[in-house]
Design a protein around this ligand. Structure first.
Ligand code: PTT
Ligand code: SF4
Length: 610
């Protein structure tokens, strides 16, 4: 094989054993890598019904045939497992040197099974692995952990780690690298914590064997040059994803007060221009010429790396209008290793829940919008589960509301907190959240920018088709395991990708082939969900109730809300276009068309396949 190594490393943490094995070449061709490969591994080897925080869960780190090579923003690694937050398939994408080092170690994936009895760091050196005691690191924040490991293993080692949130099994703990890179929103950091795996360090020294090294480099250089020449590039370099704050305000989708409104009076205090005036540093993932990690000093004078999602969900959504304050909570999330987005949706739920008296057993007085100091303290309690309130909220809004009530204003889908786009007036984006393969993440279909320009209030078949088109393209970036922002944000032509894949692997994929691979991966992931949930119904594919029941009261779209019956029609269109039945289950015909017949006998146990 070229472009892929065809090898993965199995690490049994219970026995502290590692072995490198070949995986079927067909998997590389059928799923490309990253998410697709991880999903195939989980389908094959995850024990159905495994406790996500028990030793039977599998933690997969995977790359694709473009990851870690010179080229457009390739320094990413996919992290996947059964999610302790949703109980279904979960993954995330993290920018890290691990990407380059996994390629150099000749590994397309690393699969961790079992659980160590003591805190441990897995150190992979080429095809060998050994285990360093991590008692001295356990309890440390992610920044200190990585700094210590870098001193031991060098500046260029691939390193990812968890913080106290992962150790304390916070259900939205993530895996962190390079201080401000975070991956695995559905609690993949808690899976790592449950295995007492504090960190993974990789060094490799092989050169990845490509099908045509020379033409690969020519094509990669063309793509990098094109990125820099795009008209949007200079402004991107100034604001990165932070430019979205003003746009979200203009289009009434800026999440405000737990997604009750789409506009925020204090938006100027947290927007991209404010960030520019405070910027002290610009960082990025490895192999990227679009460095979007904008760093400011927070209210305590500590560096904090900002992105739109973080700022909207910890800013307007909590009623905080000073960027330095938002940056403080954001920085704590990075140090503790927890997802800023679910932290935001959980804190905003807690404010609302406390104000209607649901948290009387946990707080003396209700939590308040805009109370940075109070919310910062609660965030720390969540990471450490150090108080009754922190312990409750470490279950996320979806878990907490099952204990104390208030699920009607928990802003989640399938348990995962909604990313930062209010959908009272955006049915297509609501559909994208509701059908995302990991729960309400925008990563798979950011249809909102198209939707606000195209018949925004329509529940049309065209809109369902657009959601699927974007899920296909964006889904493939998860499997290439490269950053999608060169395409999304500065408009790098998608034509580069089949060429890069060809020069890397020798396989001539067209975008139509890649669409089919994305569909296959979606159907496979849905099969994992069905197996884990023991069945399926369309209720799982519904957006949060608030968008239907509580209209916007402010801004130009006051009065707007989603329509329940029309949403169901939109969902029917979506299922029909995907070749899934009325309950959202892929039909036998679809499974056959996608080369997934092997799923049928297992799925037959849980659902009636049509
Ligand atoms: C991603 C999600 C996002 S998406 C953001 S901001 W965004 C939040 N960032 C967090 C953070 O930071 N710290 C923290 N403790 N938690 C955070 N949670 C949130 O995680 C990120 C970039 C961004 S910034 C985006 S849009 C793009 N996302 C990509 C993606 O999903 N796939 C892909 N192939 N390429 C992508 N490129 C961009 O990557 P998750 P990162 Mg991420 C501080 O993790 O679980 O996928 O959720 O990876 O290296 O931090 O880069 O406005
Ligand atoms: Fe990382 Fe940003 Fe570059 Fe993407 S554009 S690879 S998120 S620095």
């Amino acid at each position: 094989m070229k472009g892929w190594s065809g090898r993965l490393m199995w690490i049994d943490l219970t026995r502290r054993e590692a072995k490198v094995v070949n995986y079927p070449a067909e998997w590389a061709l059928m799923y490309v890598g990253g998410r697709g490969l991880a999903a195939r591994i989980l389908w094959e080897y995850l024990k159905p019904g495994a406790d996500p925080l028990g030793p039977d869960n599998l933690l997969v780190l995977a790359v694709g045939p473009l990851s870690g090579l010179p080229g457009p923003s390739t320094g990413k690694v996919q992290v996947a497992a059964k999610s302790p937050l949703t109980g279904g398939y979960g993954d995330g994408n993290v920018g890290t040197m691990l990407s380059n080092e996994m390629r150099k170690a000749g590994l397309d994936a690393i699969v961790f099974s079992g659980a160590s009895d003591k805190p441990v760091t897995a150190v992979i050196d080429g095809s060998k692995a050994f285990f360093e005691p991590a008692d001295d690191l356990w309890g440390l924040d992610t920044w200190t952990t990585e700094e210590k490991l870098r001193k031991r293993y060098g500046r260029f080692a691939g390193i990812v780690e968890i913080g106290p949130a992962g150790e304390n099994l916070v259900r939205f703990a993530t895996i962190i690298s390079q201080e401000g890179r975070s991956g695995g929103r559905p609690g993949i950091g808690a899976v790592m914590g449950s295995k007492r795996l504090k960190a993974v360090v990789i060094r490799g020294n092989e050169k990845t064997d490509l099908y045509d090294q020379k033409d690969y480099l020519v094509q990669a250089t063309k793509a990098l040059v094109e990125i820099k020449g795009r008209p949007g590039y200079p402004f991107w370099m100034r604001q990165g994803t932070m430019a979205t704050v003003d746009w979200a305000q203009e289009t009434s989708v800026l999440p405000t007060y737990n997604f009750s409104e789409g506009v925020f009076d204090g938006f100027k205090g947290i927007d991209g221009f404010t960030m520019e005036s405070m910027k002290v540093e610009q960082r990025g993932c490895p192999n990227c010429n679009m460095n979007c990690g904008n760093v400011v000093l927070d209210a305590m004078g500590v560096k904090s790396e900002l992105d739109y999602e973080n700022v909207a969900l910890l800013g307007s959504n909590l009623g905080i209008d000073h960027l330095a304050d938002v940056a403080m909570i954001n920085r704590l999330a990075d140090q503790m290793g927890m997802d800023t987005e679910s932290l935001g949706t959980t804190l905003s739920w807690a404010i609302e829940a406390s104000q209607v008296g649901l948290l009387k057993n946990y707080v003396d007085k209700s939590l308040e919008w805009g109370d940075t100091k109070g919310l910062f303290e609660v965030a720390g309690q969540i990471a450490k589960r150090s108080t009754g309130l922190g312990d409750l909220l470490a279950e996320s809004s979806s878990g907490a509301c099952r204990k104390v009530g208030g699920c009607e204003f928990s802003m989640d889908v399938k348990g995962l907190g909604v990313s930062a786009y209010d959908c009272h007036a955006a049915p297509g984006m609501a559909l994208a959240f509701a059908t995302s393969p990991i729960g309400a993440h925008h990563k798979d279909a950011w249809v909102i920018s198209w939707e606000v320009q195209h018949d925004r209030f329509a529940y049309s078949k065209e809109k369902a088709a657009k959601v699927i088109e974007l899920q296909r393209i964006r889904g493939m970036f998860e499997s290439f395991t490269t950053c999608r922002l060169p395409w999304v944000e500065v408009g790098l032509s998608l034509d580069h990708y089949p060429l890069l894949l060809y020069y890397s692997t020798g396989v001539e994929y067209t975008w139509d082939d890649l669409y089919a691979i994305a569909d296959r991966t979606y159907a496979l992931i849905r099969a994992i969900w069905i197996r884990e949930k023991g069945g399926w119904s369309r209720d799982y594919d519904m957006p949060p109730a608030k968008w239907f029941k509580r209209p916007l009261t402010k801004g130009p779209l006051a009065g707007a809300h989603l329509d329940y019956d029309k949403y169901n029609v939109l969902l029917d269109y979506y299922y029909e276009l995907r070749g899934w039945d009325r309950n959202g289950v892929p039909t036998k015909k679809t499974l056959h068309r996608l080369g997934l017949d092997f799923l049928i006998p297992e799925l037959d146990k849980y659902v009636t396949l049509s």
